[in-house]
Write a protein that binds this ligand. Structure first.
Ligand code: PEP
Ligand code: MG
Length: 898
């Protein structure tokens, strides 16, 4: 018989924290906390396998489930010494979702289940609190109606507001028992009218309705959207946790809260959280009331606080990671309702990982494994430029709120998630402004630059979701008067309309009118420590794609150990050191392209030579002592001549030639498929004088550096090679020119000559090419294009369909972003193996965009590359991924030995 249900209670549990896949994160956490002796209310978990069965069998429950639920209800009743539906002292339960990956607020919850007209009297008698009992009852009927029967929330809320108006009260807490009683009757009548049947009184029937609704919420649109945005795939479904209810709203000696074992914004080791006295748990998460900091609880109930502090220490030691916990205090007794790995800002992720390793709670390798590429990306999030005049800034303050997630954001105000998505779709930067957010808003939150809410605390929905994304977020800006109808915010005597610019400072929690300039922040100390650990761990070298001396300097700041790709043609059009010379460069290259004879071409190339030589000197100096891979000209020549008549006339005038010569030459250069045309090393087969000029510029620059005591390691690279003889011709020409220059200069200079591998044929025949080439660099942009037959410039128009799980889901990721390991990867593996079969010491790297993608970098490690090369800003990701690759390899070996 299949087991679908797992019990926990009274210090024992069927399962533990390792069982996340089966019990969901919440169920596994409850089981574990029970086992380690923490105060957890008893309950049981229906497994994610049952949810999987439900969806695979046309939304039917497994046959054995009824029996197993009944047996677990009976066991729960024995453990709690209470009975469901008991008219004297009834057992009430909460029914909550929980999948293996945390999806805060995306799925359903039903509280106070088990109440009916008789058991509510039992609850009132047992708690000696009529008002509380009937409030619990109406909450249950309201939740059940909207969650299980999907009656419109607004219809129910409307009745609640009308009742309060009738009674002349403002706050829920002032509603007497009779008011709640009346409302329950009204809800039930509404239920009957809408559904055609009476509200279910039988607690078991209620329970099955709730279980079905929780399973159903797994496929609700908001949950599906959240999984898509968070790239959560491969889960069985949600578990259902049925847990004895405890109440935080029985009076001033009760309360509820959410807390973190460390500060999730800064990572500092302080106990951190929100607390609401006399409230139920959902009130904190939903952000309906603005809670008080945990410190206040220490004053109000010092004993319980001290106990909670002990739980904090125990849980963090136990899980060896920062925990996010939910608790309730019922009449002075503490209950832990949930623990999970806490979401944190990127800066906090670094600090916590480094601190925990220093505290010896985790190893350095574990610290490295804890970080994700997104954490690095998000570290570089901007802040408002400090140069802005402070007084000018102050005059623009619209409101202040709680600084839920740091970083700054600018955008145009929109008031709902749909608008945010629509505006972002047409390229607008938006800030989503809401009174509070709910899970329905995640799509809009994902595309917004920042999020601003008028209510809620640091653990409200908006804060938790935004923090996970490292997205600037301010909550609880209570002074904001948000009018959805007229689409306006007013505060501090100012009015902001839909479409107006605002700026959020998530670090301070301040909202400004207008569009402020932003700058990239300073990195936290822990970042440098962790990157140092990563560098000590990785085997792969890390180089940068950099074309100018400026880029080269930036690359070193980001940890480059050389240049893996310098695209020489990027300097044909722009003089980065002396911009006023750019025009001269352009004309020289155009003259070369338009020349009719070899002599004329050489004359033009002679003009270009000094420019290139100066560029290379700058780069060699910046990379003093590190290898610099310089690629000879690659794009088709038509890219360098104008296609519009007016510009062609200008060129003709400058070069003193007839405009028709320009027109004719441009027409000659036209190709139907330029990406497969006269480009790459093919240009130097046709025009060896280009090769001659470029090699001369490189070697002369290197010689000058050597003379000036700069250490240079030039690597001359031929692009788009496809054949042994083709490469041999280029290789010989390169060496002849270089050796000649070196000999004449009488200096000692070692250089390498090698090739890019960008075509399947080159990868297939790598053993032949490696007879001459001293190094390979995989140009995976072109290799992806040519292996897959997908144009790198145009495929973006339809590739999203190939990646979209809902549409076709053919690839897990865009192959131009993350390597197609199965196809392109197979050629790379083959190319390296064959290449090293003829030249065992062949140096191999990658310089396509994939060098900055974590998964691709890990693959490059696995196939034995020497280095990866990526744009400077992505280098930290490459360094971290390269270290993680080493650790993962160790773990794989270890598990194989077992
Ligand atoms: C490549 O093709 O991967 C490459 C690095 O060259 P480019 O992007 O310049 O074609
Ligand atoms: Mg290329």
């Amino acid at each position: 018989m299949n087991k679908w249900v797992y019990f926990f209670g009274a210090g024992k549990a069927e399962g533990d924290s390792e069982w996340k896949d089966l019990l969901g994160g919440k169920g596994a956490g409850l089981a574990e906390m029970t086992k380690i002796g923490l105060p957890v209310p008893a309950g049981f978990t229906i497994s994610t396998e049952a949810c999987d069965y439900f969806y695979k069998n046309n939304k039917k429950f497994p046959a054995e489930l009824r029996k197993q639920v009944a047996a677990n209800v009976a066991r729960l009743e024995r453990t709690t010494r209470k009975k469901l539906g008991d008219p004297r002292n009834p057992l009430l339960v909460s029914v909550r979702s929980g999948s293996a990956r945390s999806m805060p607020g995306m799925m359903e919850t039903i509280l106070n289940l088990g109440l009916n007209d008789r058991s509510v009297q039992g609850l009132a008698a047992a708690t000696k609190n009529d008002r509380f009992a009937y409030d619990a009852y109406r909450r249950f009927v309201q939740m059940y109606s909207s969650v299980v029967m999907e009656l419109p929330k607004e219809d129910l809320e409307h009745r609640l507001r009308a009742m309060k108006t009738r009674l002349g009260v403002k706050d829920d807490t002032s509603v007497p028992a009779s008011g709640w009683k009346e409302l329950v009757a009204e809800y039930k009548a509404f239920f009957q009218q809408k559904t055609g049947s009476a509200f279910p009184d039988d607690p078991i029937q209620q329970l099955w309705g709730a279980i079905g609704a929780v399973f159903g919420s797994w496929m609700a649109e908001k949950a599906v959207t959240y999984r898509r945005v968070e790239k959560i795939t491969g889960l069985l479904g949600t578990a259902v946790n049925v847990v004895q209810m405890v109440f935080g709203n029985t009076g001033e000696n009760s309360g509820t809260g959410v807390c973190f074992t460390r500060d999730p914004s800064s990572g500092e080791k302080v106990f951190y959280g929100d607390y609401l006295s006399n409230a139920q748990g959902e009130d904190v998460v939903a952000g309906i009331r603005t809670p008080m900091p945990l410190g206040e609880m220490a004053k109000a109930m010092p004993k319980v606080y001290a106990q909670l502090e002990r739980v904090r220490v125990k849980l963090e030691k136990h899980y060896r990671d920062m925990q996010d916990m939910e608790f309730t205090v019922e009449d002075g007794t503490l209950y832990m309702l949930q623990t999970r790995t806490g979401k944190r800002t990127p800066a906090a992720a670094f600090r916590i990982a480094v601190d925990m390793a220093n505290e010896k709670l985790i190893t350095r390798e574990e610290a490295i494994q804890r970080l994700k590429p997104e954490d690095i990306e998000r570290l570089f999030y901007p802040v408002i430029d400090a140069k802005i005049d402070k007084r000018a800034l102050e005059s623009r303050i619209l409101a202040t709120g709680i600084n839920a997630v740091p970083g700054a954001a600018v955008g145009k105000v929109v008031f709902n998630a749909q608008d945010a998505e629509a505006w972002a779709e047409r390229g607008e930067k938006v800030i989503l402004v809401r009174r509070e957010t709910s899970p329905e808003d995640v799509g809009g939150m994902a595309v917004a630059q920042g999020i601003l809410t008028a209510t809620g605390g640091k653990t409200s929905h908006a804060a938790v979701v935004a923090r996970g994304w490292g997205k600037c977020c301010i909550v609880g800006a209570e002074k904001l008067d948000i009018d959805y109808n007229s689409r306006r915010i007013s505060a501090a005597g100012k009015t902001v309309r839909e479409g107006d610019w605002i700026t959020l400072d998530g670090g301070e929690g301040t909202v400004y009118t207008g569009e402020m300039p932003l700058v990239t922040p300073q990195l936290p100390k822990a970042y440098n420590t962790l990157m140092k650990w990563a560098d000590e761990t990785r085997r792969l070298g890390v180089r940068a794609n950099a074309d100018t001396p400026q880029d080269a300097r930036k690359a070193r700041e980001f940890g480059a150990e050389g240049i893996g790709l310098c695209r020489t043609e990027h300097m044909f059009f722009t003089d980065f050191e002396q911009p006023e010379k750019s025009h001269e460069r352009q004309r020289a290259i155009q003259e070369m392209i338009l020349a009719d004879t070899k002599e004329a071409r050489v004359r033009a190339l002679d003009k270009l030579l000094p420019f290139q030589r100066r560029d290379f000197i700058g780069i060699f100096q910046a990379m003093d002592g590190l290898p610099v891979t310089i690629r000879l000209v690659d794009p088709p020549l038509h890219e360098f001549v104008p296609h519009e008549r007016a510009k062609q006339e200008e060129v003709a005038r400058d070069l003193h030639i007839d405009v028709n010569v320009v027109v004719r030459r441009v027409a000659q250069l036209h190709e139907a498929n330029p990406m497969l045309g006269h480009r790459g090393c093919r240009l130097c087969i046709t025009y060896p004088e280009i090769l001659e000029m470029q090699v001369r510029a490189i070697i002369e620059a290197a010689i000058e550096c050597v003379k000036n005591k700069v250490k240079v390691i030039p690597e001359i690279m031929h692009p788009l090679t496809l054949d042994r003889k083709e490469y041999w011709i280029l290789d010989q020409a390169t060496r002849r020119i270089a050796d000649d220059l070196i000999k004449k200069a009488g200096v000692k200079l070692h250089y390498l000559v090698g090739t890019m591998i960008e075509l399947p044929r080159a990868a297939l025949l790598a053993d032949q090419i490696a007879e001459f080439a001293e190094f390979f660099s995989f140009g995976t942009n072109d290799l992806t294009q040519t292996t897959m037959g997908l144009s790198r410039d145009d495929a973006g128009k339809f590739l999203p369909d190939y990646v979209d799980e809902k549409k076709a889901g053919i690839f897990a990721a865009d192959p131009f972003q993350s390597l197609d390991i199965n196809g392109v990867g197979m050629l790379m593996r083959w190319g390296i193996e064959r290449g090293r079969s003829t030249r065992p010491k062949l140096e191999v790297g990658i310089c396509g965009e994939h060098g900055g993608d974590a998964d691709s970098v890990k693959f490059c490690h696995r196939i034995g590359m020497d280095y990866v090369s990526a744009s400077p800003f992505l280098l930290p990701i490459s360094r971290l991924a390269a270290a993680q690759a080493v650790i993962e390899e160790k773990l794989r070996k270890k598990s194989k030995r077992k």
